[in-house]
Design a protein around this ligand. Structure first.
Ligand SMILES: NC(=O)c1ccc[n+]([C@@H]2O[C@H](COP(=O)([O-])OP(=O)(O)OC[C@H]3O[C@@H](n4cnc5c(N)ncnc54)[C@H](OP(=O)(O)O)[C@@H]3O)[C@@H](O)[C@H]2O)c1
Length: 241
C-alpha cells in the first residue's frame, strides 16, 4: 500500500487518480480547494474513510500549503508519492475565445503570472513543504503533470503563452528537484497525460481519463532513481524536453 498525496483531486485527471489508487488499495490524501463541495470525493470518503483523507489546499497560496502540510502530518508520518496534478489553462472565469489564452498582442499580465503561480510555483512549493514526509517514505517520488505544450523541442507553433511557459518552467523545476534530491532517494519526474477528456481537455480529446491515469500509474510505478529528472508520457515513452 502506497501513501499518495494528489493535488486538484476533485475533478478531471485528479479525481480519476483518486479512484484508481483507492481501487488498488493505496492510501490517498486528496487535496482540493473546496473539498466540502466535492461531491465525488465525499462519496469516495464515505465508502473508504480509513484510506481516503480530504485535505483543503490551494496550491497558489503558500499559507494554504502550510495548512495542508499540518493536516497531512497529523495523519501520517510519511508519504510515498506526491502527484502535483492541479493546473489551470488560463486564469479567466471562462475560456478566452473558445479554448486558448490571449495571443501575442493581447497578452495579459495577470494571466501570465497567475498561470505560472498555479502550474509552476505551486508544485515546487509543494515539493519543498512535503519533502520531509517523502524522505521517510518508501521509494519516494514526486510526479509533476506537464504537457506537450511545455516541451521546447515539440513547440513549433505559437499561442498558449501562459500555459506553455508555465509547463516549461515546471519541467525545469523537475530537473532542479531531481538534482537536489538525488542524494535523498527521492525520484522526480514530469509526466504528460496526453490530450484528455476533462474540463481542460474538452470533449474532443482522444484519451479518456481512465486510459491516461492507468498509463501514468504504470510509469509512476516503474520509475526510480535512474529515471529521476526525466520527462515521460502516459503511453510509457519518454517525451523530449
Ligand atoms: N486534460 C488535458 O488534455 C491535459 C493535457 C496536458 C496536461 N494536463 C495537465 O493535467 C493536470 C490535470 O488537468 P485536468 O485535465 O484534470 O484539468 P481540469 O479538469 O481543469 O482540473 C484541474 C484541477 O486543478 C485544480 N486547481 C486549479 N487551480 C488550483 C489551485 N490554485 N489549487 C488547487 N487546485 C487547483 C482544479 O480545482 P477547482 O475545481 O477548484 O478549479 C481541478 O481539480 C493539469 O496540470 C493539466 O495542466 C491536462
Amino acid at each position: 500500500m502506497k501513501r499518495v498525496l494528489i493535488t486538484g483531486a476533485n475533478r478531471g485527471i485528479g479525481l480519476e487518480f483518486v479512484g484508481q489508487l483507492l481501487a488498488r488499495g493505496d492510501r490517498v490524501f486528496a487535496c482540493a480547494r473546496r473539498p466540502e463541495q466535492a461531491a465525488e470525493l465525499q462519496q469516495f470518503a464515505a465508502a473508504q474513510p480509513e484510506r481516503l483523507a480530504l485535505i483543503a489546499l490551494d496550491v497558489a497560496d503558500p499559507a494554504s500549503i502550510d495548512q495542508a502540510h499540518r493536516a497531512v502530518s497529523a495523519q501520517t508520518d510519511a508519504l510515498d508519492v506526491l502527484i502535483n496534478n492541479a493546473g489551470v489553462f488560463n486564469s479567466f472565469p471562462s475560456s478566452f475565445e473558445g479554448h486558448g489564452d490571449p495571443p501575442f498582442g493581447r497578452l495579459d499580465a495577470h494571466n501570465l503570472t497567475e498561470v505560472y503561480r498555479v502550474n509552476a510555483a505551486g508544485p515546487v512549493l509543494m515539493a519543498q513543504r512535503f519533502v520531509d514526509l517523502l524522505r521517510k517514505g518508501s521509494a519516494p517520488k514526486i510526479v509533476n503533470l506537464t504537457s506537450y505544450l511545455g516541451s521546447l523541442s515539440l513547440k513549433h507553433h505559437g499561442g498558449y503563452y501562459a500555459y506553455s511557459a508555465s509547463k516549461a518552467a515546471l519541467n525545469m523545476f523537475t530537473r532542479l528537484l531531481a538534482a537536489d534530491l538525488a542524494g535523498q532517494g527521492v525520484t522526480v519526474i514530469s509526466i504528460s497525460p496526453g490530450w484528455v477528456q476533462t474540463g481542460m481537455g474538452g470533449p474532443r480529446a482522444p484519451t479518456s481519463p481512465q486510459e491516461s491515469v492507468a498509463g501514468m500509474l504504470r510509469v509512476i510505478d516503474r520509475v526510480g532513481p535512474k529515471e529521476s529528472g526525466q520527462c515521460w508520457q502516459y503511453i510509457g515513452e519518454q517525451m523530449p524536453w
